[in-house]
Design a protein around this ligand. Structure first.
Ligand code: NG1
Length: 502
């Protein structure tokens, strides 16, 4: 399945925003003409996403349930045959124009991940495409104009929207005709070039989402997506706390550290289950192949065809209680010993490309979050499916309870919330939200609330009054509307050609 090409904006956006989006695209085209003295050939678009449930479990191999949002990155593009240089400009003058080109016969693109530089995200997409197709292609030069509306550091995947749209721009410019699956896989690997050990949910949601549906994403044994029909009574509101969570800068203490804590937790469990004296015999994997909880679970239950995934997760939780016993945390040395590794190998394998800073590694608590959250995703999807067959009055309450439990687990066991996220979620619950949780990486960024459509205006007003007006009294109305807004499941990546090319 390839990324769709559409010639009408209503294939992408909701009817309520068509006017605004039309003006935005016209401005993009006019600015492109002024900047490059020619018309764009095509426009690509990839959206941000809001994760409804399944936080910090993609990199443990467990399925997640996000949906694309209307906010996105669009890029107007024209190819050049007189040069291989790529020129990228941003509608937002805060981001200065940049040029680059690949070097040498090996077509190398260098990305300096030690600086926070906006054009790195484009280069990631470009480099990803080159690594996948360099034998087949001599990349064309490109003139590019970017416009992004996903707030950076909000947990709504501005980076994935940028990397996916960049990879799509380069693929389209070079007529590579890659599938959605290939584009997503390129974007997942590519985004790691900016220094974050990203999981894969955001890119999958940005590419595969369909208008009016949430998206179930599975990663193991391979990337698989399926649309999920949400209950018709469900409305969602996104609230950005305006506490910016910059994964790039805080990675060593937050995101990348959690990746290490979960991978090492899986290794400790695998060591106890399969490789120690009393371990189960007959496993076919090496220790290096068992560094996510999902892989350990699949290995543990490989001969068991009767236990369903939710019960497998429950059993995994008791194994965690039995084998990841240091609830006060593991030192590097403890962790290496418990995994049957030498300390240097732990550092080389998990902490060198993405360095981390920590005195203790809380393997037990992180595991409890991952396994209970993975179970909540199954439960959420089951409730949505049941609802299609047999509508129930309490469906939103049940979904909301799962979202609230997810937030509590993120806050306590995974320690990825912050006071502002907790505060907006509490305000929301006191004002008609049936569920409220942080969304995305956390440590700031956005929360998502589940409510009914009639309650959306009063819920938004309450959070404005009790959070934004108190904490950020100087915000203008348009800034407030940018911080808290209702959202609907939107379409994923698209190529748009419906404009006058003269
Ligand atoms: P955001 O919130 O977009 O930074 C990050 C990861 C996801 C996932 C979530 C937590 C990247 C690009 N994205 O999302 O893969 O792990 O955190 O659920 O690293």
């Amino acid at each position: 399945m390839s990324v769709p090409t559409v010639d009408s904006l209503d294939a992408i956006y909701t009817s309520a925003s068509l006017g605004k989006q039309g003006e935005r695209y016209n401005k993009l085209i006019e600015t492109f003409k002024r900047t490059y003295d020619r018309s764009p050939e095509f426009i690509v678009r990839s959206p941000g996403r809001v994760n409804l449930i399944g936080e910090h479990i993609d990199y443990s191999g467990y399925g997640v349930l996000p949906m694309a949002i209307e906010r996105d990155v669009v890029q107007a593009v024209a190819t050049r045959s007189d040069t291989t240089q790529v020129s990228i400009t941003n509608i937002n003058a805060k981001y200065p124009q940049r040029t680059f080109e690949y070097e040498g016969e090996d077509k190398v693109v260098t990305i300096d991940a030690s600086t926070l530089e906006w054009s790195n995200y484009f280069k990631c997409g470009y480099k990803g495409m080159l690594e996948c197709a360099k034998e087949k292609v001599t990349p064309k030069g490109m003139d590019v104009l970017v416009d992004g509306t996903v707030p950076a550091g909000s947990g709504l995947s501005s980076s994935a929207a940028f990397v996916c749209s960049s990879a799509l721009a380069v693929i389209t410019a070079n007529k590579l005709g890659l599938s959605k699956q290939e584009l997503t896989e390129i974007a997942i690997v590519a985004e790691r070039n900016v220094g974050v050990n990203s999981g894969g949910m955001d890119q999958a949601a940005s590419v595969f989402s369909q208008k009016n549906y949430a998206l179930r994403v599975e990663f193991v044994p391979k990337l698989k997506t399926a649309p999920v029909q949400l209950p018709s009574a469900a409305s969602f509101v996104i609230a950005h706390t305006l506490v910016t969570a910059d994964k790039f800068t805080s990675g060593p203490k937050h995101y990348n550290l959690r990746v290490v804590e979960t991978k090492m937790g899986a290794r400790v469990l695998a060591h106890a289950l399969f490789f120690k004296g009393d371990g189960r015999q007959g496993n076919t994997k090496t220790p290096d192949e068992l560094d996510t909880y999902k892989l350990v679970m699949d290995e543990y239950f490989k001969d068991d065809t009767t236990t369903n995934p939710q019960d497998q997760l429950t059993e995994m939780l008791s194994l965690v209680d039995r084998y990841l016993t240091k609830t006060s945390g593991y030192t590097l040395q403890d962790m290496a010993d418990a995994a049957g590794m030498v300390e240097t190998k732990v550092v080389d394998t998990y902490m060198t490309r993405f360095p981390v800073q920590a005195d203790v590694f809380r393997l037990h608590q992180r595991a409890v979050h991952v396994l209970t959250e993975a179970r909540r995703v199954y439960q959420f999807a089951d409730i949505c499916e049941e609802e299609q067959k047999n509508s129930k009055a309490d469906v939103l309450v049940r979904l909301g309870d799962l979202m609230n439990a997810s937030h509590a687990s993120c806050d306590t066991d995974f320690d990825c919330s912050c006071p502002e996220l907790n505060q907006v979620c509490t305000i929301a619950r006191e004002n008609g939200a049936l569920g409220a949780r942080l969304t995305g990486a956390g440590w700031g960024g956005a929360a998502v609330f589940l409510t009914t459509s009639d309650n959306v205006p009063s819920l938004i007003q309450a959070v404005k009054d009790q959070y934004y007006n108190k904490k950020f009294p100087d915000l203008a109305n348009d800034q407030l509307d940018d911080a808290i807004f209702p959202t609907e499941p939107c379409s994923g990546a698209t190529i748009f050609t419906g404009f006058d090319h003269s």
